[in-house]
Design a protein around this ligand. Structure first.
Ligand SMILES: [Zn+2]
Length: 420
């Protein structure tokens, strides 16, 4: 560890209480999406920047969902690193099932509890403080650092990072580091892609005793769902030299995310997440609407899947469908420079070298990869992410602060991709 990096670690250690307090206060400012109003959480970030004299811009195409962008140029020419995190969180409903207050940020046995503790106010705090630490030593560094703290991520909505990509491409840079949850054993270089489809089944309908008078919309829906589930049997796509990376990570993936996760990384999965049909038990249903979340592994695109869906729907003239959302599967080379920096710094900080994996879920990091900009994700454990009693281990949170600060430092210490 060189002297400058050791000084950064010393600074983080000195800020331990500040970091914990900042994160707890952040969690206490509810920002569930939907509805996605993040103004109080954004104000928490603004107050810190104001106190430190850091210039920033508020970009709020939707007033209740502000995005904050801060950037600085270093003392010497070089590359442009982007840090990105979101401030909206999953809803917590009425807190049913929680044994802690979802907005209380209780600190018990080394864990901070609350909605957003792991996804991802801890990760976004890491990005914010990495930005502040490097701002203080910017004269020693090369290039530019941009931080985007965004809203509207949890629903893949249009007002957060997607808006910035369209209207403020100056935030993109030439490499992205993001602290969405991963756990210390893995970092993520890619993601499966969700394809959401809404199906509508319409029939004439009838009295429930007169089933000879009409086909049933709900029965047809269940048949179509059964046929859609066969999409999972489509053969895995050819991945060339990525296959070895998937194979090497499979035992870790099963261990971290549950048995079966590694298999699901390589195949299409089908989840009929929502279904509404029929009016009454003694009527033949005349309408059924259902929505299906299909997850495409790397190597597939939606044309393969839609061709198969079209063939299924063609067998059922009562059925039509529309696409609600599609985010193509994506990846960055697992050997990209930032991947190496995160691996090395994580090992130095915690003793554990994280393995490269592809994510089952979806993050804003995909937007960088769609632009062919490398994007690497490393954050706290995803256990209980979005569930009841969501929490982050404080030591893991502090390690994420350390790994992000050191990796961003390393990247900006080099004027080009050639290691110095
Ligand atoms: Zn997230």
């Amino acid at each position: 560890m060189n002297k400058a990096k050791q000084q950064l670690l010393d600074r983080i250690e000195a800020d331990r209480e500040l970091l914990i307090t900042y994160l707890r206060d952040f969690i206490r400012l509810p920002s569930p999406n939907p509805a996605g109003d993040t103004r109080s959480s954004a104000q928490h970030v603004r107050a810190l920047f104001d106190a430190r004299g850091i210039p920033y811009r508020i970009i709020a195409p939707e007033e209740t969902m502000p995005n904050i962008v801060a950037t600085f140029d270093c003392g010497q020419a070089g590359r442009h690193l982007a840090l990105n995190g979101h401030i909206d969180v999953f809803p917590a409903g009425d807190g049913a099932g929680w044994t802690r207050d979802p907005w209380g940020a209780e600190f018990v046995d080394g864990r901070i509890y609350g909605r957003g503790a792991c996804d991802m106010k801890s990760g976004t705090t890491a990005s914010i403080f990495a930005f502040l630490y490097l701002h203080d030593i910017r004269e020693q560094l090369h290039g530019r650092l941009t931080l985007s703290v965004v809203s509207d991520e949890e629903t893949f909505g249009p007002w957060g990072a997607r808006y910035l990509f369209e209207h403020h491409p100056e935030i993109i840079g030439d490499c992205c580091l993001n602290a969405e949850p991963t756990g210390r054993n893995t970092f993520r270089f890619g993601e499966k892609g969700p394809l959401w489809l809404r199906f509508t089944v319409r029939t004439h309908g009838a009295h429930g005793a007169y089933v000879h008078r009409s086909a049933s919309a709900t029965s047809i829906a269940s048949k179509v769902i059964g046929e859609l589930e066969c999409l999972a049997e489509l053969p895995p796509a050819e991945l060339g030299n990525l296959t070895a990376v998937f194979d090497a990570a499979a035992p870790t993936v099963d261990q971290e995310w549950g048995l079966g996760a590694a298999r699901n990384l390589r195949r299409i999965t089908v989840n009929p997440g929502l279904m509404r049909g029929g009016v009454k038990v003694n009527m033949v249903a005349a309408e059924c609407v259902f929505e299906v979340d299909i997850r495409l592994p790397n190597g597939f695109d939606d044309t393969d899947v839609r061709r198969a869906v079209d063939a299924i729907v063609a067998r059922h003239p009562e059925v039509s469908y529309e696409q609600i959302l599609y985010n193509p599967p994506n990846w960055t080379s697992p050997d990209t420079e930032m991947a190496g920096l995160v691996r090395a710094n994580a090992k130095a900080v915690s003793g554990v070298e994280p393995m490269p994996v592809v994510s089952l879920g979806c993050t804003d990091a995909r937007l960088w990869r769609y632009k062919d900009v490398p994007a690497i994700v490393f954050g706290p454990s995803p256990i209980e992410m979005g569930g009841v009693d969501e929490y982050v281990e404080v030591e893991e949170f502090l390690d994420v602060v350390r790994v992000h600060t050191l990796s961003a430092y390393d990247y900006l210490s080099r004027p080009s991709s050639q290691p110095q």
